[in-house]
Design a protein around this ligand. Structure first.
Ligand code: AMP
Length: 484
């Protein structure tokens, strides 16, 4: 995983680096030409002769329109208002459960994910954006944040804080997956982790209760919680089960698709969450983990279910739920929502008691989840749970020399009162101004002409019904504060 040192570089690698340097130099040259030389030729035809084939292709490339990289997208207003509402609700709900926000970096050492998530997982082996940094260390854009939170827990010796430490994060993750609806290469997760202290089943249940409360607050449609226990890594528990599962899978190997066949070697548990229709009858006949859990894991799982019932959290058991990441043990859960097609999982989580130790920290209990924010938003939009707020409270339609300074003063005092105001930079005829005010989805238009200013009587027009009222300056502020 780590980069080779310069003394051990092969000649192919050296050639690649030289080629990259050349490309970079040509790119800089074409940028320079475009920025400083070509503009002076504005209006003239493209030069007939070109300095060189490669150079030409760079010039063409830099002149073409840029687009967001495949699998990434711009989030724009007014949709971003919904994103902010979702994130604000997460902060409120998680805060009410005693969680504090952590903001780990987006770049981490590649090795962190290789060790935490597992080198054999699709995420690490195929989907990570990794690059050799200038100091030749291998660096990656984070594909998930649990590993980062655990790294931070160790780095800042959080085991010395009152335990458990309860943290949540909100931010972008990166995986080079095949893009489709609800699946992106840059996507956002809202997640939380409980680290340290005990592994009391009440903690697992409270974490799940917290996500369900959050979804409830957002009125997310069609929420379904599924839970399972995948035991712990011992011969009398999951390891024994995986051995039995593997030999059962070997017997039906020929009937399975290529992905599942490969997973028998790399991660047999993952065969269980195959979505292939024709594999389902085969999977139904495979041994089930519930019959192979050790007594402690069985008791833990039973207690988690009791705790969920005490909290009024409805769940469905799904023995096929194993989760894609290597670090999970015991409780695993997944939540689906309506309106998402095949990518309907909005949240995945579970217990990972050995992860902090695996990363070089002290033995530490841990449980957490990650919500796919993009999918959450899609589901809310599909259900029409999107309240469109007026883009502007007040549009100031001003015209005339004296009116501008009054308009500036009015804008200042309304904005100071938290009212959103659009103040056009140049005066407009009132008809045009009102047209623009409604295009901008404003609630009111404040009409300020030289006459209004001279009389000290301002007209406020409600755009929805066209009604008008007259106010003095202090009355207006009072009225708007009450009505907005
Ligand atoms: P994971 O980190 O794989 O357990 O995923 C947790 C949640 O993140 C999933 O349930 C999805 O909602 C979301 N998610 C994972 N990968 C993607 C992706 N490529 N695009 C959008 N959302 C994703």
């Amino acid at each position: 995983m780590l980069a080779a040192t310069s003394s051990t570089r092969t000649s192919t690698e050296q050639n690649r680096l030289v080629a990259n340097d050349r490309k970079r130099a040509l790119f800089r040259l074409s940028f320079f030409l475009r920025a400083f030389i070509l503009p002076s030729e504005a209006g003239t035809a493209e030069p007939a002769s070109t300095p060189g084939e490669e150079n030409l292709s760079f010039l063409v490339a830099t002149k073409s329109k840029f687009q967001a990289i495949r699998g990434t997208r711009d989030l724009l207003p007014p949709e971003t208002a919904l994103w902010n509402r979702v994130e604000g609700t997460a902060r409120e709900v998680f805060g009410a459960f005693g969680f504090g926000e952590i903001r780990p970096p987006i770049l981490e050492p590649t090795e962190l994910f290789a060790r935490a998530v597992g080198g054999e997982t699709d995420i690490v082996s195929k989907e990570m954006y990794s690059f050799e940094d200038r100091d030749e260390s291998s660096t990656s854009l984070r594909p998930e944040a649990t590993a980062s939170v655990c790294r931070a827990y160790i780095e800042h010796q959080m085991q010395q804080l009152p335990l458990p430490v309860k943290l949540y994060y909100i931010g972008p993750m990166f995986r080079r997956e095949r893009p489709q609806k609800g699946r992106y290469r840059q996507f956002f997760q809202i997640g939380a982790e409980v680290l340290g202290g005990t592994d009391a089943p009440a903690i697992d249940a409270e974490v799940i209760e917290m996500v369900m409360t959050f979804f409830d607050r957002l009125q997310l449609p069609g929420v379904q919680l599924e839970i399972n226990s995948i035991g712990h890594n011992a011969d009398n528990c999951r390891r024994g089960y995986v051995a039995q599962l593997t030999s059962a899978l070997e017997k039906v190997k020929d009937k399975l698709g290529t992905d599942s066949q490969r997973r028998i070697e790399t991660n047999p548990l993952r065969v269980l969450d195959s979505k292939l229709e024709r594999e389902q009858p085969i999977i139904q006949n495979l041994p089930r983990i519930a019959d192979h859990l050790c007594d402690e894991c069985k008791a833990h799982y039973a207690a988690v279910k009791r705790q969920l019932e005490m909290r009024g959290v409805l769940y469905r058991e799904n023995w096929q739920l194993v989760r894609g990441l290597d670090y999970y043990m015991r409780t695993t859960f997944e939540i689906t929502a309506a309106g998402l097609g095949s990518q309907n999982a909005v949240c995945g989580g579970g217990r990972y008691d050995s992860l902090v130790e695996l990363l070089g920290g002290p033995p530490t209990k841990g449980i957490g989840f990650a919500i796919g924010e993009d999918r959450l938003i899609l589901s809310l939009q599909g259900a029409g749970k999107v309240t469109t707020v007026a883009a502007r409270d007040v549009y100031i339609a001003w015209m005339g020399e004296h009116a501008q300074s009054t308009a500036i003063r009015a804008a200042k005092s309304l904005r100071a009162a938290g009212i959103s105001v659009e103040l056009p930079p140049v005066g407009q005829k009132f008809g045009k101004a009102l047209e623009r005010a409604s295009k901008l989805n404003s609630r009111y238009a404040l009409i300020l002409g030289d006459n209004e200013v001279a009389e000290g009587s301002w007209t406020l027009k409600t755009l929805a019904d066209g009604s008008q009222q007259k106010f003095s300056e202090p009355e207006l502020l009072d009225f708007l504060k009450r009505s907005l």
